[in-house]
Write a protein that binds this ligand. Structure first.
Ligand code: NAD
Length: 343
């Protein structure tokens, strides 16, 4: 193709280098041991995107711009997710956020947005069969994750059995959420491991949560005060005795049902009708970033109506019906600490 010939050698070489570096950084990040800050990672990704926009011939399925997560580690068994786990598109300012909303509204009549905190933890996938937790996995590359069932069973807020006092448990429920360490528990954990010398201190709660969840020995995970909040549903089959009556119609209604089944919900999400209110929510938490007990790196905005979510669909790596508004990195000093003790 003529396009191919037009890509200068130095651009081609830089593209290959960025792909290699981003893959390497992803792998380290998902292990809980990154060596660059998220802002630096995002900058490299932006550079890669810009090269690919100018030279679409360089876009392959294997490019970091097209795929989710990182290859999975040999330490854990592989698990195929029932429904693919996706990443999220990003907006770094209100113009980008508005552009996302305009694109969605041009396709479907959006009448409500669910706003929630973007917890800086790691995604897990839980499968409940007739109300019993049978499997838990990391996101992995979105299609296949790592089997961390035994580790997840040590997390107190994750029910082993769904609560059926309000309605019967579904035949099958695949639920997604974020596992994290509350900031105070993270600080306490770092004091403890510094005192007993069992581990190098973790640079931040996210690394500590990722490292704690991916322990080969679940007894170690059990000593780490991990928590979780749900943020999505994958596969779902209603209970037979329910005659299929309980269906998910909106993200917020799904959360209410998940809450009734005893799954841990955030008490800070909000459904709003207009983008003005979405921007108010984003601004509020930008000012009150440290009010929650856990670290957040932005806000996630979702089209609330599930029928509209289906109509909007997904790209190769992220839903078109949701977006992450990313807050700027907090301060340079945290990044320096990150780099010193990150590994
Ligand atoms: P992402 O973190 O930008 O967004 C997707 C993830 O957000 C989901 O998988 C889920 O785990 C999480 N999430 C938190 N709250 C959520 C909510 N309320 N609803 C839905 N999802 C929620 O995307 P990603 O693909 O996981 O990672 C990319 C980002 O990770 C980069 O932008 C960068 O910041 C960081 N990263 C950093 C390094 C590094 O070396 N520092 C390497 C790789 C990735």
């Amino acid at each position: 193709a003529p396009d191919n010939i037009e890509v200068p050698d130095e651009v081609r070489a830089r593209h290959a280098e960025l792909c290699r570096d981003l893959d390497d950084h992803s792998y380290r990040y998902y292990l809980g041991a990154p060596i660059i800050s998220d802002a630096e990672y995002d900058r490299l990704m932006l550079e890669l995107r810009e090269i690919e926009e100018r030279h679409p011939i360089l876009v392959t399925q294997d490019s970091p711009t097209q795929k989710v997560g990182a290859p999975i580690s040999v330490d854990f068994a592989e698990v195929e997710h029932l429904v693919r786990m996706e990443s999220l598109g990003n907006a770094f300012d209100f113009d980008e956020l508005n552009a996302w909303a305009d694109r969605a509204s041009a396709e479907v009549p959006v009448d409500g947005y669910l706003c929630e905190l973007k917890i800086d933890g790691l995604a897990v996938d839980l499968v409940y069969e007739r109300g019993r937790l049978i499997r838990a996995a990391t996101r992995g590359d979105g299609r296949v994750g790592e089997d961390i069932t035994l580790n997840v069973r040590t997390i107190g807020v994750i029910p082993e059995r769904l609560d059926e006092s309000v309605r019967p448990a579904p035949e099958l429920l695949e639920v997604r959420g974020e596992v994290f360490l509350p900031v105070e528990d993270f600080e306490e954990l770092n004091r403890r491991i510094a005192a007993d010398g069992s581990h190098a201190p973790f640079a931040n709660p996210r690394n500590a949560a990722a490292g704690s969840l991916r322990q080969k020995d679940p007894r170690v995970t059990a000593t780490r005060p991990l928590s979780m909040i749900v943020h999505g549903v994958g596969a779902y089959t209603p209970a037979a005795e329910d005659a299929g009556a309980t269906v998910f119609t909106s993200q917020s209604q799904a959360y209410r049902l998940l809450g009734e089944w005893g799954l841990p919900l955030s008490d800070r999400y909000k459904v709003v009708a207009t983008m003005d209110e979405v921007r108010d929510y984003v601004s509020h938490y930008q000012e009150h970033r440290h009010d929650p007990a856990y670290e957040i790196d932005g806000i996630v905005i979702k089209v609330d109506d599930i029928a509209l979510q289906r109509r909007l669909g997904s790209t190769s790596r992220a839903p078109r019906w949701a977006i992450a508004y990313k807050y700027p990195p907090e301060e340079v000093t945290t990044r320096l600490i990150d780099i010193k003790v990150g590994v």
